[in-house]
Design a binder for this molecule. Structure first.
Ligand code: ACO
Length: 322
């Protein structure tokens, strides 16, 4: 059977690092509060004029280098983002042009923090159905552009960054036996729009700012994340104890811990980067995969589940053998 297998990974974080203490100058907040409630210690912010497609292109180049694949060997680019440079064209086609790729096709996927899971599941579908052999899947965001800097309950939680994977069709034989995406599970429920949204957009003629009822989002997160991960595992007759790693969307350490506990897994088997990146929305999972691999945590042959939830609500998970 044809599988979509990861053959390269990479990431990019903008140079500017902002420590929690910096927010103490302008807001009634503290490093202690932010650490205790979210696990976040610092985050990166894009430079003025640096757009999402720039972050995405840098992460893409790193992933392509890791894979040993040239841009013209790709069939497609899928870019998960809620913060594209322009209303159109898609940020994905901007990356395509930057990479010098003049064939194939590129498009954005918008599912907020679950965007990378949606993009991965769609890349998998393109590969399994024979519509593409090699797909570059990117998550890239500049959430700093949609922060309300006077709202301490949101602006301390988010960061900018990008991560990317190169997926290739493998036939499940030889050294690639059993590697690749094994299962996917996607969900959304638009009734929950009001607990996490941006109060602006194209048809309202404003960019808007992120608005969140943190406690409400938290309430849904642990339950829905554990549920989608279990569903994806059950589809292939697996249980959580067979996992080498959980690579969660990095929004809040307490959500990450709660989900691991519900899955019955110790934190030693969870890749955590939220302390250094904050919540980078669709970029957080490929960032965590890239950092987790670089740190020697994720190795070839490991079985991992990635899961995410965000605005929509939209949530889902992917099980894969690295
Ligand atoms: N500094 C100091 N105090 C603060 C801050 C801050 N930055 N922000 C809020 N507070 C105050 C509140 O005003 C509140 O004060 P009050 O009791 O006088 O009203 C108090 O701290 C407690 O606030 P809570 O909201 O109850 O704190 P909680 O423990 O729920 O933590 C948090 C808030 C971190 C937002 C948490 O609810 C959370 O992480 N929720 C999930 C959010 C999330 O993960 N969103 C992303 C998922 S989807 C996506 O990634 C887009």
């Amino acid at each position: 059977t044809t599988r979509a297998t990861v053959i390269g990974v990479g990431h990019y974080l903008p140079d500017r690092i902002v420590e929690n203490a910096e927010f103490e100058k302008t807001l009634d907040t503290s490093d202690e509060w932010i650490r205790a409630r979210s696990g976040i210690e610092r985050r990166h912010f894009a430079a003025e004029g640096q757009g999402t497609s720039d972050l995405a292109t840098r992460a893409a180049r790193a992933a392509l280098k890791d894979a040993g694949v040239a841009p013209d060997e790709l069939d497609a680019i899928i870019l998960a983002t809620s913060t594209a440079d322009l209303t159109f064209p898609s940020a994905a086609t901007m990356v395509q042009a930057e990479l010098g790729m003049t064939k194939g096709y590129a498009f954005d996927v918008q599912a907020v923090c679950a965007g990378f899971i949606y993009a991965l599941a769609n890349a998998n579908a393109l590969i399994v159905s024979g519509q593409a052999r090699r797909v570059l899947v990117i998550g890239a965001e500049t959430f700093s552009r949609i922060m309300d800097w006077t709202d301490r309950s949101t602006c301390v939680l988010f960061g900018d960054g990008a991560g990317a994977l190169v997926l290739e069709a493998t036939d499940g034989t030889g050294s690639n036996e059993d590697r690749g995406i094994l299962s996917t599970d996607l969900n959304s429920d638009g009734r929950f729009r009001d607990i996490l949204y941006v109060d602006g957009g194209v048809s309202t003629q404003s960019t808007g700012h992120l608005r969140m009822q943190g406690k409400e989002v938290f309430r849904h997160a642990v339950e829905k994340l554990a549920s989608t991960a279990t569903t994806a595992l059950n589809k292939i007759g697996m249980t959580a104890d067979q996992l080498d790693w959980v690579v969660p969307h990095q929004a809040n350490i307490r959500i990450i811990q709660g989900t691991a506990k519900k899955l019955g897994l110790p934190m030693e088997r969870v890749v955590v980067t939220v302390q250094d990146h904050g919540n980078t929305s669709a970029a957080s999972i490929p960032l965590a995969l890239s950092v987790g691999k670089a740190k020697g945590q994720i190795r070839e042959g490991d079985v991992l589940v990635t899961e995410a939830i965000g605005g929509g609500l939209a949530w889902g998970s992917v099980v894969l053998r690295w």
